[in-house]
Design a protein around this ligand. Structure first.
Ligand SMILES: *Cc1c(COP(=O)(O)O)cnc(C)c1O
Length: 461
């Protein structure tokens, strides 16, 4: 057995047949299921749901080992903005690879992290002047929570220890981030491990009753925040919000007025506003930062996912100068003593710089408005479908809710979508699209037509 493995690795002539065999699609699947524990997956489901080994990617498409292709309609979990194997990001990374792959960011600094921080600060009109780096979205949330608490403490208000989140919120799955997440499926099993947080009403426009507008929902939900702040703002460090779209709970969208009202309440009651733009930042909602649509800036802004163009793990927390000043001292313990090994990784920062450059050079936000209008028009048969409710869109996010679905709707949809060259994973009975920003007209029309075909097939049972 061992000898055979050896000769396979060496690719002995006599074994070439075996080597080719090993590259078969079904072999990759079997090997993956034997050794890889896949995320967010009940592994037993793979007895019936296909696992697709991706061989390569180009533009909006992923290709498997048998030459089948899949349109990445959800940007590989909302991270990819300008397609797979993007020539401009690839070129930047190749250059960076030959210059500096990594150096620690304590005591040292480097061009990519400096330029990225300057560019991001400029995008906020220098209101959020400092960026603190990590690798995953959940780590950025942990950092924002710790920084908020610690900055109050440094300012003599150590009693402010609580965090407020929204119903249906999702901020990641590490212990601290999960404590401000309100998705039962991810949270319930770990309840005993989590610190309690306060949960307020969601401004989800779908909850509007007959005659109520999205703005009415925003006012109602803000009133719920006000009630809580009046009662216990002295104990609350921060409220954390996914601005405009609560993605993981099922693309729940709300009116920008909500953010404006909560910003006012935070100012009035001395509570920090943390905006988690990990999913909705980087142009996803139509503006570069979602909060621009409400005309407000938070005290902490978390970015990840799209910021590296979907290439490398990178996350960061941008913060106001007042927060930064609260840590600036001759006393080491007043500093923010938090780090991750790959903090500010030069390759990841360089991918982010290339991503920001594409935004500038291609006037991406304006181009996206045209693409979005075309996809919205092409999706009208679904919007009007009698088994569809709450068709909604903001920027480059589309969603609708299927009515009277079976519990395995999402898995059946995924499997059927794959047969129609589509990568889509509904959340419960909510079907959504979050495509990369590079679809051409043919791809847009194909996405709409195939989604309708998949939906009809799945709903027919
Ligand atoms: C994905 C996501 C996170 C967590 O990011 P990870 O990189 O998966 O840890 C946090 N908040 C929001 C809003 C997200 O969509």
């Amino acid at each position: 057995m061992c000898r055979r493995m050896d000769s396979r690795l060496r690719g002995n002539d006599g074994e070439i047949g075996v080597v080719l065999e090993l590259n078969k699609q079904s072999d990759w699947v079997a090997r993956s299921l034997r050794s890889v524990w896949h995320p967010c997956t009940q592994m037993q489901h793979h007895e019936t749901v296909p696992l697709i080994p991706v061989k390569s990617g180009k533009g909006a498409w992923l290709y498997d080992h048998e030459g089948r292709r899949y349109l990445d309609a959800i940007s590989s979990w909302w991270v990819n903005l300008f397609g797979h194997a993007n020539p401009r990001i690839n070129a930047a990374l190749k250059d960076q690879l030959d210059t500096l792959e990594h150096a620690m960011l304590a005591g040292f600094t480097h061009e990519p992290v400096i330029e990225l921080s300057e560019k991001l600060s400029a995008l906020t009109g220098h209101v959020l002047g400092h960026s603190f780096y990590a690798s995953d979205g959940a780590s950025a949330v942990e950092i924002a929570l710790k920084m908020s608490f610690h900055s109050w403490r440094n300012n003599g208000k150590s009693g402010k220890q609580e965090f407020v989140c929204l119903k249906g919120s999702y901020h990641g799955e590490t212990i601290g981030a999960l404590a401000v997440t309100d998705v039962a499926l991810f949270k319930d099993a770990y309840g005993p491990l989590l610190r309690a947080s306060q949960t307020v009403m969601s401004p989800d426009a779908r909850n509007a009753t007959e005659g109520e507008t999205a703005e009415d929902m925003a006012r109602k939900a803000a009133a719920d925040v006000e009630r809580l702040f009046i009662e216990r703002a002295d104990k609350i460090a921060a409220i954390i919000i996914e601005p405009l779209v609560q993605c993981a709970t099922g693309m729940a969208m709300h009116d920008p007025l909500y953010l404006k009202l909560v910003r006012e309440l935070c100012d009035r009651h001395s509570v920090h506003l943390i905006l988690d733009e990990i999913a909705v930042g980087c142009g996803r909602t139509g503006t570069f930062f979602a909060c621009e649509q409400a005309g407000v800036w938070p005290d902490f802004l978390c970015l990840s996912k799209g910021i590296s163009g979907g290439y490398l793990p990178l996350s960061l927390v941008m913060t106001r100068n007042e927060i930064y000043e609260a840590f600036y001292s001759s006393d080491v313990t007043r500093g923010f003593l938090h780090s991750h090994s790959y903090t500010g990784n030069p390759l990841a920062c360089r991918a982010a710089l290339a991503t920001l450059q594409i935004f500038e050079e291609d006037n991406v936000l304006a181009a996206n408005r045209i693409k979005a209008a075309r996809l919205t028009a092409a999706l009208q048969p679904l919007a009007q479908h009698k088994q569809v409710r709450n068709f909604r869109q903001r920027g480059m996010i589309w969603a609708f809710d299927a009515i009277n679905t079976t519990p395995d709707f999402s898995r059946r949809f995924f499997a059927t979508a794959v047969e129609h060259e589509l990568l889509m994973r509904p959340i419960g009975s909510t079907v959504y699209m979050m495509p990369p920003y590079i679809l051409n007209d043919e791809e847009i029309d194909g996405l709409a037509a195939n989604t309708l075909a998949v939906f009809d097939k799945v709903m027919a049972g």
